[in-house]
Design a protein around this ligand. Sequence first.
Ligand code: 8X3
Length: 257
Amino acid sequence: MSPHPKDAQRTALITGAGSGIGAATARRLAREGYHVVLTGRRVGALERVAELIAADGTAAEVRPMDVTDPSSVTAAVDGLTRCDVLVNNAGGALGTETVADADPSDWRTMFETNVMGALATTQALLPLLTESGDGTVVLISSTAAFTVYEGGGGYSAAKHAEHALAGTLRLELCGRPVRVVEIAPGMVHTEEFSLNRYRGDADRAAAVYAGVDEPLTAEDIADTVAWTVTRPSHVNVDFLVVRPLAQAAQHKVHRRG
Ligand code: 8X3
């Protein structure tokens, strides 16, 4: 039984909400009527997203959080009285080295953000999500969660682990009022994803999208998040793969010219 009045505003907490898919999802869920809690490491970026949401007509809450630091996660959720939707979005890729040449510390960073981060926030918010009576955990994984490619070993391993986390959690929560939704985007053009992967090399980051007609945008993924969480409570969209039309598979991308 939910302790919240039926018509009370629902709350969604988004990790990595300062940019890209996280920021777009926060704005979209605010437009869907959610009270949104913006979390991430960069307070300035979170505040800019909060301003955009305010300009759209709603107030958002900013809570600084580093998902790789369990004490920061605990501090960020402290005092939160409601959470109906958790969007585990923080994460990303770092480096394109082969398995033979990869720096283990890059792999560790990817596991810390994509996997341990999702674990920490999910553990911290499960009590409130359960108490909601109608909770949803969304994990933004990747097409790399079910396929591998050269130079993507660490990212793919981390995303496979995140996929395992989602599947296990869904089994373990069966019978409780919490849905587990995994969204696996393919090529999405955001300002930071490829730039981080290529360690700030803007030319290599831009080449990823060269000649590709309409890669997905952060708003496209926000749209899928909004769709999944606004389905009737008994409908659990388990696993949703979203790619641009120009990308039929990880290695099959149509480029002009
Ligand atoms: C991003 C998709 O193709 O770069 O998560 O692995 S890909």
